[in-house]
Ligand binder design. Sequence first.
Ligand code: NCD
Length: 323
Amino acid sequence: MPLSGRDLISLAEYSREEIDLILDVAGDMAQSLVEHQAERPSFTPLDRILCTCFYEPSTRTRLSFTAAMLRLGGSVMCMQDPKASSVAKGESLQDTARIIGSYCDVIVIRHPESGSAQAAADATQTPVINAGDGTRNHPTQTLTDLFTIRRRLGKLTGLRVGLAGDLKYGRTVHSLAPVLAMYGNEITCIAPPQLAMPAASLDEVQELSGTRPQETDDLAGVLPELDVLYMTRIQRERFETPEEYERVRGVYVLTAEMMRQAREQMMVLHPLPRVDEIAEEVDADPRAAYFEQAAGGVPVRMALIALILGLVTEPGTGRHMGF
Ligand code: NCD
């Protein structure tokens, strides 16, 4: 049971085989969701509790973790608003994590500070899943991204992937880039100089793939060469001053006109929420995969939870439990 009892703070701690395992089990989960929808049997109840602790706003991540646990038959409790908990009285993250860990079987945490998910994991024996810590990591988003690429393009290697937008503050790209490199993909970083990918991430990619990402600020110029375009939101809440944000606001807007230059088999991803970086007219393009990507968050998180709780050990082993 390689993943049973494990934390997931960063995918750097997971091998390629372990990531493949999560994606394979996610494929089973996606299949079982389709079958359940068709047959509508009740899910077998599961005597396990997941707690979501969110110190930052979230729609997709929190609700898809909740849906995933409910689909597995388990229960969910949530600390959605830290202001309504003892955090408002000054309780430390470590104490909070230690207590919550004694009430549940797995903790999902999102926090504005980098390193906070690790700090929570250090304070409890209960497995902790990082749902986004500051600008650093968002490993379950990366798993969802990989799942969507593999499902659409049938492979996860040998692709040219453009990461566009806020590469300085965006934790989704900081998580995704090294894993794409490990799988043998070529990365192009598309950002204005103020939002460039940090040197540490570029070094990490180079170390893992042997190739340093190409850097450009010309989205339209590079678009025709891409297999995957990963758009991101400019992370307004992480800028030091509102003026700095205003200077780069709206720097890229992907339009239907630009999409005419892209490959027929190319796909557009976005972790969402989108603000203005993808025009709504692009949604109707069959290459727009971001809503499918968001929906994939449920089977991916079902797989991760089931593996961490030891309910499933390899693909196919959850079938007797109804998932
Ligand atoms: C992302 C995040 O929180 O980092 N959202 C998500 O989880 N899908 C992306 C973002 O907020 O821009």
